[in-house]
Design a protein around this ligand. Structure first.
Ligand SMILES: C[C@H](O)[C@H](O)[C@H]1CNC2=NC(N)=NC(=O)C2=N1
Length: 104
């Protein structure tokens, strides 16, 4: 059983993480949350496809939604009932996938 992060660990992540492109992670409804914008639907969906592959490899899956060029992502660990290092690891992988999509 994976342990939940402490409040201090969550605050440390929020204060130090560079975020995803111009967007920052926030806490919303107990989840790590971020809203991302893309030039169009195709690039938003390409990003989601890349993240889906990473999430499946990590066996850790986002709660997310897409409307045209926007992707909203919530991260939490269902098995732990809160935030864990798995969420932080996936948040960092999401930032790298976003950077790859935007730099070629
Ligand atoms: C059996 C499987 O390993 C678990 O159900 C995984 C799948 N993906 C998951 N994703 C998330 N976000 N939280 C989990 O606790 C979780 N558990």
């Amino acid at each position: 059983m994976i342990l939940r992060l402490t409040q201090q660990e969550i605050e440390h992540f929020l204060a130090n993480d560079p975020g995803v492109g111009p967007s920052k992670w926030k806490i919303q409804d107990g989840r790590l949350h971020i809203s991302l914008s893309f030039p169009d639907f195709v690039s938003a969906f390409a990003f989601m496809t890349a993240v889906a592959i990473l999430a499946e490899k990590a066996d850790h899956h986002p709660e997310w939604s897409n409307v045209y060029n926007r992707v909203d992502i919530g991260l939490t660990t269902h098995d732990a009932g809160g935030l864990t290092s798995r969420d932080i690891n996936l948040a960092r992988q999401i930032a790298r996938a976003y950077a790859r999509g935007n730099t070629g």
